[in-house]
Design a protein around this ligand. Sequence first.
Ligand SMILES: [Cu+2]
Length: 144
Amino acid sequence: MRAFPRRGRLTAHHARRTATCLWLAAALWLAACSQPAAARVEGEGWTATLEWSPQRLRSLQPVRLVLRVADRSGRAVRLQEVHAQADMPEMSHEPEEIRFWPAGEGTYEAAHNFSMDGRWRVRVTGRWDRTPFQATFELAVGGP
Ligand SMILES: [Cu+2]
């Protein structure tokens, strides 16, 4: 008897959450147009942030990347077997390896030179305890 109204509440809650997510996605998309210095991805129980500097990325220029991963309560997540690759979704050339090194709790740093201007995808994989971890960030190199 109690299951039905409970489910109803959950559904309403879910709808609100979905609306919030859509709003966030729109906000992030707008932010992407104004060249942010960071991108955020959320997964099952974790949030990953990728920051880059300089803010305006240029191909063949050194870029510093900082990856931060935290669990739902904001605690640093220690990943194992971190691998990262950058590729261009609109192109067919080989992906570029990005080597992250541990730089504190839940923090990883890398230095990289993107080989050309355009839209890049940075895909980070690893393991969080026994769970596979994967986060994909999008960033723009070059442009006006
Ligand atoms: Cu390319």
